[in-house]
Design a binder for this molecule. Sequence first.
Ligand code: PEP
Length: 246
Amino acid sequence: MNKLLVANWKMNKNTLECIEFFNEFNSKYSAKRDAWVSPQAIHLSLAIHEGAKKNVKCGSQNASDHTSGAYTGELSPKNLKELGAHFTLLGHSERRQYFNETSKLLNSKVKTALQEGLKVIYCVGETLPERESNQTLSIVGDQIHQGLNDITDAHEDNLIVAYEPVWAIGTGKTASPTQAQQVHAFIRAELKKKFPSFGDKVRLLYGGSVKPDNVEELLGQKDIDGGLVGGASLKAKDFLALCGDK
Ligand code: PEP
C-alpha cells in the first residue's frame, strides 16, 4: 500500500490561501504517495472540490459523536459524509488538551464516524512528563484500548491510527526514527491483540514535526505507514516534498 501523508492545517489559511495551495500542489503532485488534506471545516467544501482534481482526499479535524440535533457548533459526521468528506481526525492532542476530549468520549466519536462511513484517523500520544517518567507505552496503550473499544470487523478498512508524541507537535523536536518505530511496533502489537482479523492492516501514521529533511528516514521504519503533518503541510512545496514530489 502507498505511504499516506495527511495535512492537518489546524485553524490556518483563508479561502484564497486554500485555493493557492491546491493550484500549486495539483500542478506537481504525482500520486507516488497518497495525499489527504484536513482544512478548517469552513473550507472543506472548497478543498474537496479542488482536491478531487488530483484524487486528493479531504476530511475534517473533528466530528461530533451525534449525527444531528441540538449541539450548537458541532460538526455532524453524517453531514460531513454527505458533503464528500473522506475522513475525520479524532483525538488530536489539541482536542484532548484544549477541549477536554477524553478517550471515552472519543470512543463514542470514533464509532459514530465509522458508522456514518467516514474513515477515522484516531490520534494518540504521550506528553513530555509522561515520556520522562517512562509511561509512554501505558498512556498510548490506554488511549488505544479506551478509544477503540467495540469496533467491529465491518470497519476494518476505515480505521487509521496516528501516533503523535505531544512533545513533538509544532515544537521542531521530532521523535527519532527509533523512538517512533518502538511505539509504532507497540501499537501494532496492541491492535493485533484487539482486532485479530485486521489489526495488522491498520495504517499507522507518525506525527510530530515531520519535515522534508526527516520524512524519508521516518517512513523507512517498518511500522510507519505515513505521516500526519501540521506545520510542513501548510506550504505546497513542502507538502509536495513529503509526498515524494520535489
Ligand atoms: C499535528 O498537528 O498533527 C502535527 C504533527 O503538527 P507538526 O507537524 O507541526 O508538529
